[in-house]
Design a protein around this ligand. Structure first.
Ligand code: SF4
Length: 394
């Protein structure tokens, strides 16, 4: 089921940077239905819960890490409020809106909107704050988004100055305010209007690139994207991989490729996968080179990876949890059991092997497991039948 489009099909601040890079992106995406709502990643779910807690000013139910981020964001919010409004901060604190969507009409023709996390206003000055619960938001994307927010909020509350700040405690707990004066707001408004107008022009050029195409759902139908992506495959004209990229492939969406072109593609899959394997190996070696010498690759460095906590002793964890009164029905939904490891445990317990072991595991799993088929795999018909080709030439 498709989710409701809160942006009413219009441009919005959250995609402002991408629309700036590719003016044709907005209308092109309208040709592709929005995908069904996807399951949230754990990071998205974490961010949503913290945002929700901040909106309701109620951290109940957040994890320890969530509570910590919640408290940090609250403190940063107060810091930003005091920093921007000074002695008027207590008065400004009374005028607050959270996650409200602000709309404007561009040249009386095109709707445009944005929904900042928090807005405070007092007199003719306003403050826009955006929370980020994780690290890694691209500066350019956020700056363009905050710039649009400043314009939208200024228009709505008739402000002559707007301060904006990104609150991202995992990056820094300092608050860095950017101030839009009335001149800045005028310029930002003009640029926003120009961008939105162009985004609504059916003749707007489509300009492919890494950032704007990454999340663009028009990739499957966009010829500019295909040509650009194909150019990025560094092949020598004389190699077999070069014959892969043919004009019909680049010109047409995959669904419209003639059967012969589809076959040509499938026939090359293993060859291309081998090429990518080599590509990945090169990448791994470059990472290693940078580990040993930070100057090994001009202009590139290694950014610290995310820290993931792995639970290594579930028994100890359960003991601590139950000692605090935790119940099995609260603990067990956190536990994932791998069938292969469980089979090993059954083998150790019963001493069974082979078919007898399989049968015993099956009995164990009855009524407490479900079978799920993974996505089908693309293979030649011979392989699907399990047919072996015997080479009888000497
Ligand atoms: S796929 Fe890339 S080039 Fe094509 S419309 Fe989207 S952003 Fe623009």
């Amino acid at each position: 089921m498709n989710s409701i489009d809160v942006r009413r099909g219009a441009t919005s601040a959250s995609s402002a940077y991408y629309d700036l890079l590719c003016p044709g992106r907005h209308l092109m995406q309208k040709n592709v239905p929005a995908p069904d709502a996807e399951e949230e990643t754990p990071e998205q779910a974490f961010g949503r819960r913290v945002h929700e807690a901040l909106r309701l000013s109620d951290p109940t139910g957040l994890s320890a890490q969530g509570q910590k981020i919640y408290e940090q964001l609250k403190e940063m919010e107060v810091k930003a409020l005091t920093q921007y409004f000074g002695p008027q901060a207590p008065e400004a604190a009374k005028n607050v809106s959270r996650e409200q969507r602000y709309w404007c009409m561009v040249h009386n023709r095109y709707e445009h909107s944005g929904a900042p996390d928090v807005v405070y206003w007092h007199g003719n000055r306003g403050l826009v704050l955006e929370y980020k619960t994780l690290v890694g938001a691209a500066d350019a994307v956020v700056n363009q988004q905050l710039r649009d927010y400043a314009v939208l909020v200024a228009g709505y509350y008739k402000l002559v100055e707007v301060g904006v700040a990104l609150l991202q405690p995992l990056q820094s707990t300092e608050v860095e305010l950017v101030i839009y004066t009335s001149d800045d707001l005028r310029r930002a408004t003009r640029e926003m209007f120009d961008r939105v107008t162009l985004s609504n022009d059916p003749n707007a050029p489509r300009k492919p690139g890494v950032e704007q195409c990454k999340y663009c759902r028009a990739r499957s139908i966009c010829e500019e994207y295909r040509r650009w992506a194909a150019e990025g495959i560094p092949v020598d004209e004389s190699t077999p991989v070069a014959t892969l990229i043919t004009e019909p492939m680049v010109k047409l969406p995959v669904k419209d490729w003639p059967p012969a072109v589809k076959k040509q593609f499938c026939d090359s899959i293993e060859r291309v996968q081998a090429a990518f394997k080599w590509w990945e190996n090169c990448k791994a070696e470059i990472v290693e080179a940078l580990r040993n010498d930070p100057n090994a690759v001009p202009g590139w460095t290694l950014k610290k990876g995310a820290v993931r906590v792995q639970i290594t002793d579930p028994v100890k964890l359960w003991e601590k949890f139950s000692a605090d009164g935790g119940k099995p029905e609260q603990f067990m939904p956190c536990v994932t059991i791998q069938k292969a490891k469980f089979t090993d445990a059954v083998a150790e317990l019963t001493g069974l092997r082979g078919r007898q072991l399989e049968a015993r595991v099956k009995v164990y799993l009855e009524g407490c497991s479900e079978e799920k088929e993974t996505a089908p795999i693309l293979v030649p018909i011979e392989k699907a039948k399990g047919k072996k080709t015997i080479d009888n030439t000497v």
